[in-house]
Design a protein around this ligand. Structure first.
Ligand code: PEP
Ligand code: MG
Length: 836
């Protein structure tokens, strides 16, 4: 292999590579190849810059002799491999010395020459030689600046351009090796050995006679991505001056707020528009262009990828693909899936000021502002007054669901990303922060104590950001969701390429309607217990749970049957023949017991029983470890009438919905299975109910019975379980909880310590634990498939909406993932990206 030269003039044919000279050098070469007026530029590769840092300088006289120009002034800019990795700031006007100053005084006048020299001495002193800023702060003449420099350095201010350039290159090379620069770029994903290239460019003077100046232009709106010429231009200026002094700078195009470059220099403006268009087509990207006008002549100094917010990155990628500049697959790859999720929700305006009061788990994305309320009644009262409120609770239970419906956001002191509050809020598309460390919430005193000791009361305004986990003071400005054309294109293009199904976890008609607007492949999990959160139904549900005799229970079930049948009929009709997977009841009982006091009194009234009896029965039902107690199929085995009622509701709804719509083949899923026998017991009864409904209605229908694999034993015994199951759907919320022996409702309290200490790389309730839980998934899938080759495999825990889990499931040959409706777009894009 040939040695890379120590520096190379960038021409259209020079061997310049981003992997060797950095992305800025490569981009400048592209601009030169497009015949754009780029001032002469020389690139130093990573290797040379490393040598410079070690004290081995290339031959600067030869380098300088490559440039023409009188007087010769140079700039140096950093050129790291990826522009996100940063690098030291540019140094301009290298070569300013007494001779150049005299020359410029004749051509530009004393004032301009003085300003240039003063500026260079200051920046050389402070940025290159690292002198304190303070002695230079008040200085206004180059002579005084030079005297101060010589005083501080105890040596003359360098006059030779080679000496100045050498010092600049050395300072920039060493800055790249500094600890903070290293940490910053590593945070952006740069490898430890990432190199820095430098580009040395002849300065185009924006300070000459006639029309001279400098500016920055971009051709799209950075917030929306819509075509729009934005930026600033300033006469008698250099570099990014126009951006630093925005109020003194001109707009680029006609603007009611003031004069513009387009008014002043229409031909130059037109040239810029053409450059923008050429960049878009040839560089296949919206670029921000830094330009200088030297006595009426335009130069392009640099072009970088236009900075943009989430909404703009989707709009720009979609529009490049629509115009045939990039393939659709590339547009899909250009947007990280999480970016898409930001479009679905209100976001904190990026420029907004904020005072962060506390931080917790980012449990359900989106930002919301509202007045603090401490219970559902206050939330509903606030809603009735049309006043936005945030429901603040220690943790939530079904009693709080009506409050959640009325609130604009939810904040809890306890809980993690799969706690009750988090799961319900995601389903409702409601911003939610859980496990906010350091908050102490007292419903009784109606106050919330902050980590710094301050106290907020009911009615105080706060803003929560469920995308970052921040709790902020007052009302912080937000941006509206953006489900525009570009979003729709992304959904349609993802559907064209993905090869794993994406279903939604939808419990209500509202969820399912939303899921359909995102174009889901079906419902992968309908949690039937969530259908009973409505206050009227909750009472009947509690009557059923509290029933001691089978007669009492039968009476309650009789009232629940039509409710369930109507729910399912609506769901089947809405999903129009798409698969709907209904999970039989899985109520962790503690979530359904009435709260002590008011809740118990209301239930006593509804049951027409003495309060003491309700209290006693509640106490008898309370479990030490409800998440490991009488849940899921255990309830189905112990009290079979419940699942029988549900099966009947499903089958009667199937008959009703099939009568005037597409054929419905319901999927029935048994939760929390640990053994084959549980499945056999439930299956026998469900088959009997199916036969009965078919006989009663004279209608034949098909259905599929499957199992939720969410205990480690079910994964281990998946082979024999699959023999009686048409599908296995892995519930990774419980599976993670049980694999780790870690309560999903309490882990939020110490998870950040665990992650900070490196015990777990990430919160396993948010990011699928591929090493541990993943192994159980692979093992369960393999055993299930071996016993039943056509078994459908799925994942329906909260991880179903995360790119890592989707990629994992696709590689493992799963048929689909299922996630909350609001995560569907992210899941679809992630599913598409892993096939490209
Ligand atoms: C699960 O455990 O992964 C699951 C989807 O069920 P739930 O969250 O309702 O327990
Ligand atoms: Mg579960």
């Amino acid at each position: 292999m040939l040695d890379t030269p120590r520096f190379t003039e960038i021409t259209s044919t020079a061997d310049i590579r981003a992997s060797r000279h950095g992305s800025r050098a490569k981009c400048l070469q592209r601009l030169i190849r497009m015949d754009l007026p780029v001032p002469q530029t020389v690139a130093l590769p990573f290797e040379t810059v490393r040598e410079v840092a070690r004290g081995d300088m290339p031959d600067l006289h030869t380098l300088i002799s490559l440039f023409d120009g009188q007087p010769l002034l140079l700039s140096v800019r950093s050129s790291s491999e990826m522009s996100d990795w940063g690098g030291p700031g540019a140094v301009l006007n290298i070569g300013m010395n007494d001779t150049a100053h005299a020359w410029l005084s004749n051509t530009l006048g004393h004032q301009a020459a003085d300003a240039l020299y003063l500026r260079f001495i200051k920046s050389f002193a402070i940025e290159v030689m690292r002198l304190d800023e303070e002695p230079f702060a008040e200085i206004t003449t180059p002579a005084a600046a030079r005297a101060t420099y010589e005083d501080e350095m105890d040596e003359p201010f360098p006059q030779a351009i080679a000496d100045q350039l050498g010092a600049v290159l050395r300072a920039m090379a060493r800055a790249w090796d500094g600890t903070s620069a290293r940490l910053l770029r590593q945070a952006q994903g740069a490898p430890a050995e990432a190199g820095l290239g430098l580009v040395v460019q002849r300065m185009a003077q924006g300070m000459g006679a006639g029309q001279s100046g400098a500016g920055v232009v971009q051709f799209v709106n950075p917030a929306t991505g819509e075509p729009q010429v934005t930026g600033r231009y300033m006469g008698q200026a250099m570099g990014r001056d126009a951006l630093l002094a925005r109020d003194k700078a001109l707009y680029l195009t006609e603007d009611p707020r003031g004069p513009s470059l387009q008014d002043l220099l229409p031909e130059v403006y037109q040239e810029l528009i053409e450059i923008g268009d050429a960049c878009r087509r040839r560089l296949r990207e919206e670029m921000q262009v830094e330009f200088t006008i030297d006595q009426g002549r335009l130069y392009v100094l640099d072009a970088v990828r236009c900075p943009r917010e989430s909404r703009a990155s989707v709009a720009i990628a979609a529009s490049l693909a629509r115009d045939g500049i990039i393939p659709r697959s590339e547009a899909l790859l250009r947007v990280p899936p999480a970016t898409l999720s930001r479009l679905l929700h209100r976001q904190i305006a990026p420029s907004a000021e904020r005072e962060v009061l506390a931080r917790g788990v980012a449990a359900s994305p989106g930002a919301a502002a509202g007045r603090i309320v401490f219970d559902s009644a206050a939330a509903q009262a606030s809603d009735a007054r049309d006043e936005a409120c945030i429901l603040v609770r220690r943790e939530t239970t079904p009693d709080d669901v009506r409050g959640m419906h009325a609130a604009t956001g939810v904040l809890t002191e306890r809980g993690g990303s799969t706690s009750h509050a988090a799961v319900i809020a995601r389903g409702l598309g409601l911003p939610c922060v859980t496990g906010a460390t350091g908050l102490t919430i007292s419903r009784r005193k109606r106050e919330m104590r902050l980590p710094d000791g301050r106290v907020l009361s009911e009615g105080d305004m706060i803003t929560i950001d469920g995308s970052s986990g921040e709790v902020m003071a007052g009302e912080v400005p937000t941006l509206e969701p953006a489900l525009d054309g570009a979003f729709g294109d992304f959904m349609a293009w993802s559907d064209d390429v993905r090869d794993i199904g994406v279903r939604a976890n939808a419990d209500t008609v509202a969820d399912a309607t939303l899921a359909r607007t995102f174009g889901v492949d079906g419902i992968g999990l309908c949690r039937t217990e969530h259908m009973f959160f409505d206050p009227a139904r909750l009472t009947v549900m509690r009557e059923m749970i509290f029933a001691e005799s089978s007669t009492d229970r039968a009476a309650a079930l009789e009232r629940l049957l039509p409710m369930q049948r109507d729910d399912f009929t609506e769901l089947f009709t809405l999903m129009a023949g798409l698969p709907v997977c209904i999970r039989l009841l899985d109520p962790p009982l503690h979530e359904f017991l009435p709260s002590e006091g008011e809740g118990e009194r209301a239930l006593a009234a509804a049951l027409d029983r003495p309060l003491s009896e309700v209290k006693q029965r509640g106490a008898a039902l309370r479990e030490y470890n409800p998440m490991l107690g009488m849940r899921g199929v255990r309830l189905g085995v112990a009290v079979p009438e419940i699942y029988e009622m549900q099966a009947r509701a499903i089958f009667e709804a199937t008959v009703a919905a099939s009568r005037d719509g597409a054929e419905v083949v319901p999927e029935i899923m048994i939760p929390l299975v640990t053994a084959r026998r549980e499945v056999e017991l439930v299956k026998r009864r469900i088959d009997a109910v199916a036969a009965a409904v078919q006989a009663e209605t004279g209608t034949r229908f098909n259905f599929r019975l499957g199992v939720m694999v969410e205990t480690p034993r079910a994964a281990l015994r998946a082979g024999e379980i699959a023999e009686t199951s048409a599908f296995l759907s892995f519930g990774t919320n419980d599976l993670t909880q049980m694999t780790y022996g870690l309560s999903r409702d309490d882990a939020g309290r110490f998870m950040s310590t665990y992650v900070n200490e490196g015990v777990y790389p990430e919160d396993p309730f948010q990011t699928l634990d591929i090493d541990g839980v993943g192994e159980l998934l692979l093992l369960g899938a393999a055993r299930g498939r071996q016993a039943r080759p056509d078994v459908t495999l799925a994942l329906c825990g909260e991880h179903g909406g995360t790119p890592e889990a989707i990629n994992f499931c696709r590689l493992a040959g799963f048929d689909y993932v299922s996630c909350s409706p609001f995560r569907v777009p992210v899941a679809k894009l992630a599913a598409a990206q892993c096939t490209i």
